[in-house]
Design a protein around this ligand. Structure first.
Ligand code: 1PW
Length: 214
């Protein structure tokens, strides 16, 4: 476990989102899953108070891994294939969770919204002053993205966990890519990959009216 954490490097994680986009601008499922697993490892490094978040994210990743090892795996090779397949076969609940509570579409939608929060947070971190408070940045980006989809009790727990985040420089060092300035430089390079994956997914879900799945 210690070794596993020691060789962690957020640059590699963010770059795995680069591998998500195919030439045809499809979002490939396997690198998407790999990228998320790296983010979950990063979250685990931030302290046990974040474990209820990483548990929920991990459950969602496992749902997607199950699709990828089922006999329908080809239909889950990219987000585009998945949307087509699940819609064509009526595998998505649109009104309330009933027959298909764990569809790929609703599961990816949750991860997609969380990715938006991460994108806003890292962008804030990248462009912030040295003395800015990480917890405030994190809470602000949460409030402007994910919070509206969460009930009060989750919002409370999440915001409490954010209050335990270390200072900006300590947080940048947790990324394990060198001094704070090097971490900022890494974010400059890597953020466009996350942004692109987010935008392509957003467009796909918008086109198929999938952005409000229960
Ligand atoms: C630094 C690494 C990146 C971390 C991303 C952080 C995402 C924050 C997600 C908060 C999750 C709180 C606990 C679970 C809440 C679920 O109810 C919720 N899940 C998500 C990912 O928003 C909705 O899923 P559900 O209940 O509809 O299956």
């Amino acid at each position: 476990m210690a070794d596993e954490q020691a060789d962690f490097n957020l640059k590699l994680v963010l770059i795995s989102f680069k591998q998500c986009l195919s030439e045809k601008e499809e979002v490939l499922m396997d690198p998407y899953i790999t990228g998320w697993k790296g983010l979950i490892r990063f979250l685990n490094k931030l302290g046990t108070i974040f474990s209820f978040i990483s548990k929920d994210l991990m459950t969602k990743i496992q749902i997607m891994e199950r699709f990828r090892s089922s006999d329908q795996k080809e239909n889950y090779s990219s987000l585009q294939c998945m949307v087509q397949y699940e819609l064509d076969n009526r595998l998505v609940d649109f009104q309330k969770c009933s027959d298909h509570p764990d569809s790929g579409c609703r599961t990816i939608l949750r991860l997609h919204r969380a990715l938006h929060w991460l994108q806003m947070f890292l962008e804030g971190l990248r462009t912030s002053q040295e003395d800015c408070k990480t917890s405030v940045l994190c809470t602000d980006s949460y409030n402007s993205t994910l919070a509206s989809y969460h009930p009060w009790i989750i919002r409370k727990a999440v915001t409490m966990a954010f209050c335990t985040l270390p200072s900006r420089s300590a947080f940048l060092e947790t990324m394990n890519v060198g001094a704070p300035e090097e971490a900022v430089e890494m974010l400059n390079e890597a953020m466009p990959f996350i942004c692109q994956v987010y935008q392509v997914t957003q467009k796909l879900f918008e086109e198929h009216t999938l952005l409000e799945l229960p």
